[in-house]
Design a protein around this ligand. Structure first.
Ligand SMILES: *Cc1c(COP(=O)(O)O)cnc(C)c1O
Length: 355
């Protein structure tokens, strides 16, 4: 039976990425060696790394003021690297969920942190709208897509300070005006590659402005100057990232991905709103196009485990909701075909008929 992969992360990758990476693991670029056993300084791998960085720039229209780097440590490492490198005195943060609050916790180690808005009191089911960001903040940190709660910022805040964003779960899903950001970061395992590489886009002239000493490996400048080759980069994930980036380009680029994502999300949310058994958990206007969270309607609560088994039997993988929201979460990242979303919708309809 066909499996439909709705895992939140690590998550579905394009077949193009999986196949080409599998091939390169056996024979990388005609070298007769596995991708896992070639020097990161070989000309073949240096070419992969360079092409990945330049494709990120091309797809996201990254201006020449910014540089793209590939780091280890996951998005979670960026929670401390961002303030280490960019927080001089005070930074503002928006608290929209678990990941945002982890970023806030780390920032407090480096200076004054102003949490200008939070949706915590409603279990992070919406994106705060009315708040002010002090003009003397070094930056304003946002989490553009809240993977766990299924909310997404659809209108990037207009503020007088540079933005910093955790885009782990929606990078490459829609166009970005990179010029507004001092830093953008994303763990690869949701929309790009297997876990192990984190993509960071930094504004070069925002670096080297803090007084504190920064350990070499945690200093963005080290990696900018060495073009992500200061130490051994995660070779296999970087190779896989290049395949995904090529696939995005071949699919028509980021605008084409956005159109496809809007279409997929509409199919699923329409069913959630129509089907009497289910309801969405996020405020409609803030619904994520990447992670769709839903629960049983109040009068059908006892059907939850029944639907979980019914969906599993129909080949739906990874739709169990995160424990902090409960119910179900279908992650429908870029690589998810609309056919899988339709299969889930059909499963929901069949379950409704039985009850
Ligand atoms: C998954 C995720 C993270 C954590 O990523 P790691 O690479 O596991 O550290 C951080 N932020 C967001 C928005 C995420 O979705």
């Amino acid at each position: 039976m066909k499996k439909h992969n709705f895992y939140a992360g690590p998550s579905i990758l394009s077949q193009y990425t999986v196949q080409n990476t599998a091939d390169a693991i056996l024979d990388f670029a005609g070298t007769g060696l596995s991708l896992m056993e070639v020097s990161h300084r070989s000309k073949e791998f240096v070419a992969v790394c360079d092409e990945s960085r330049s494709l990120v720039k091309e797809l996201l229209d990254v201006p020449s003021t910014h540089e793209v780097i590939f780091l280890g440590g996951g998005a979670s490492m960026q929670f401390c690297m961002v303030p280490y490198n960019l927080l001089k005195k005070k930074a503002s943060y928006m608290d929209t969920g678990t990941w945002a609050s982890k970023a806030i916790k780390e920032a407090k180690l480096f200076g004054e942190v102003d949490v200008v808005a939070s949706s915590k009191e409603k279990n992070y089911s919406f994106i705060p709208k009315n708040y002010t960001v002090p003009d003397d903040s070094d930056y304003f940190h946002i989490t553009t897509n809240n993977t766990i709660y299924g909310t997404q910022i659809h209108h990037i805040p207009e503020v007088n300070v540079p933005l910093v964003a955790d885009m782990s779960s929606d990078i490459f899903s829609r166009p970005v005006d990179v010029s507004l950001y001092d830093a953008i970061y994303a763990g690869a395992q949701k929309n790009l590659a297997p876990a192990g590489v984190t993509i960071v886009i930094v504004r070069k002239d925002a670096l080297n402005k803090v007084d504190r000493p920064i350990p070499t490996m945690l200093n963005y400048m080290t990696h900018v100057e060495k073009e992500s080759m200061f130490n051994t980069p995660p070779v296999v994930p970087v190779f896989a990232a290049l395949q995904t980036l090529k696939w995005y380009k071949e699919q028509g680029g980021i605008l084409a991905m956005q159109r496809k994502n809007e279409e997929k999300a509409a199919v699923l949310y329409d069913e959630i709103d129509r089907n009497r058994l289910f309801k969405g958990t996020a405020e409609k206007e803030d619904r994520s196009l990447m992670n769709v969270c839903f629960v049983m309607n109040d009068e059908y609560k006892e059907l939850e485990s029944g639907f979980a088994s019914f969906a599993a039997a129909a080949g739906m993988i990874g739709i169990k909701g995160h424990r902090s929201v409960g119910g179900f979460r279908a992650s429908i990242y870029n690589a998810m075909p609309v056919e899988s979303v339709s299969a889930l919708v059909q499963t929901m309809q069949e379950f409704e008929k039985q009850h």
